[in-house]
Write a protein that binds this ligand. Structure first.
Ligand code: HEC
Length: 471
């Protein structure tokens, strides 16, 4: 409400943010955080092997270089673009929450940018100096050490962001202390880091395994041993990931765990929760089986099958991020700010004197019979559009129709009664933030949307009006 509201009425803002963020996090974890250490490790093994067998050492080195080339291209293009894209998309979709986060994490924000730029530059240097590093053993050693430091840097980009992500779920003692350190080292910080790190390593292994299996011809004498090393790498991180997952799950506030079934499968498919869990367990088992096979009998690894662990790990991480985002609802910052961008402590004021009066970006202050529908639209924008659309994904009209039967015209009284109480029935939704006149206008707007569907335009199309606030 303190900012103009960007809105995409067909897909919803959440979907836009989710798409960009999930692509980014997959690339970051699989091709940077986990991949750089794996490449460095393979380069190091090549260096060791070269002492005894020059040809073999060279073959290992080439595989490591080609893997890095692949990661280099993707991370510095799609990875970097989606990374910047997240900040644009989230600051349009929920400026109030990004604003709050910047206040708390000012220095983390700033350092993240520096670390990110340095990471991209270092990846370039690491790749571009590879050929030169082959010239002497001394060069090679230096190059490997550089790879090690680059791995540390990639890890740091993740380690900073995790502080902010954990904070959004559970700010912990920050509520009382209000310091950067208390917010950053929140109760979920280490559990989430312990989980994400081995997951990134495993994902990198899955991608590298697939890529190497296709890159090296079946007859290549070094192929089995390289595949074996990568499979073993995956296997090695697996128990750590399991411990991480358990620790993380344990630290998630219990109230959020209650949100899991809806988070995983949306309300309509809530009963699928159990079957989805089984699908996930089976997928992990398939990954486990493939890495065991690769470790024990790399020659038998069917290369087309290797696509499965890659897809599964991407799906797994995507689902994990979606869940993490969902289960902290109704908050965008735990107990502090609701997902609609309104502070918990400001609720009493708005519920008494009304939202619109305090919203500079709506021309309406007082609701009359004439401006009721327009007021309803403004209230819908503030209170519901961070999660709902009118007729697109998670449409508010369809949601109400499902509740009351879609043959009938929606009853404004029934909707009003529901909305007054919605946070008690569906605890992932924030309470209605406005006063009674605004509730009435909102119900009228939704009923009108059912009768005469109309796209709701966000500020990016409609333009930005500013009114003087009158206190
Ligand atoms: C924090 C995000 C969020 C906000 C804000 C929000 N909702 Fe929801 N709402 C949801 C989600 C998620 C669902 C479940 C959708 C599903 O399972 O398909 C839902 C479901 C609903 C349902 C169906 C509930 C049921 O019992 O089946 C209605 C009606 C609804 N919302 C109305 C509203 C209205 C009106 C507003 C604004 C005053 C609003 N919501 C604000 C996230 C939100």
């Amino acid at each position: 409400m303190d900012f103009p509201l960007f809105h995409l009425d067909f897909m919803g803002n959440r979907m836009l943010v989710a798409l960009i963020a999930i692509i980014h996090v997959i690339i970051n974890h699989a091709l940077a955080v986990g991949f750089i250490p794996l490449v460095t490790f393979l380069e190091f093994r090549g260096y060791q092997k070269k002492q005894r067998n020059a040809e073999k050492g060279e073959a290992w080195d080439e595989v490591a270089r080609k893997l890095l080339f692949f990661a280099f291209i993707i991370t510095t293009t799609i990875g970097a673009l989606t990374g910047v894209g997240i900040w644009f998309a989230t600051s349009l979709a929920n400026p109030a929450s990004i604003g709050s986060l910047i206040r708390v994490f000012y220095f983390a924000w700033f350092s993240e940018w520096i670390v990110f730029v340095l990471e991209v530059i270092f990846i370039m240097i690491y790749y571009l100096t590879w050929k030169k590093s082959k010239q002497s053993a001394r060069n090679k050693k230096r190059h490997i050490i550089f790879g090690f430091w680059l791995s540390v840097f990639s890890f740091l980009t993740m380690a900073i962001i995790v502080g902010i992500l954990g904070f959004m779920m559970d700010p912990g003692s920050w509520e009382a202390q209000k310091t950067l350190a208390s917010g950053f080292f929140n109760p979920l910080y280490f559990p989430q880091l312990i989980f994400r790190t081995p997951v990134a390593m495993m994902m990198a292994g899955c991608v590298a395994l697939l890529y190497t299996a296709f890159m090296l011809k079946k007859g290549n004498p070094w192929r089995p041993e390289i595949l074996k090393h990568i499979s073993f790498w995956i296997l090695l991180w697996m128990p750590i990931a399991a411990v991480g997952a358990y620790t993380y799950y344990w630290y998630i506030p219990r109230a959020m765990i209650g949100n899991l079934p809806v988070a995983l499968a949306t309300q309509q498919f809530q009963s699928w929760y159990d079957s989805l869990l089984i699908v996930m367990i089976v997928s992990v088992a398939v990954g486990f089986f493939i890495s065991i096979l690769g470790t024990l009998a790399p020659k038998r690894l069917p290369k087309y099958l290797l696509i499965i662990p890659v897809l599964v790990s991407f799906m797994f991480l995507g689902t994990f991020e979606r869940l993490r985002e969902f289960i902290r609802k109704p908050y965008v910052i735990g107990e502090y700010m609701y997902a609609n961008g309104i502070l918990v402590e400001e609720y009493p004021l708005y519920q008494q004197s009304g939202l619109l009066k305090h919203t500079p970006y709506s021309s309406i202050s007082a609701i009359t019979e004439e401006n009721k529908l327009e007021a309803g639209e403004a209230v819908f924008n503030i209170a519901c559009t961070r999660c709902h659309t009118t007729h697109g994904i998670n449409s508010v009209v369809v949601n109400f129709e499902k509740m009351y039967g879609n043959q009938d015209t929606l009853s404004t009284d029934a909707m009003k009664a529901y909305m007054k109480n919605m946070h008690n029935v569906r605890y992932y939704m924030p309470p209605f933030p406005g006063n009674d006149a605004e509730l009435d206008a909102l119900a009228a707007y939704i009923a009108e949307q059912q009768k005469r569907p109309q796209q709701l335009e966000g500020a990016q199309i409609k333009g930005v009006d500013v009114k003087e606030l009158d206190y």
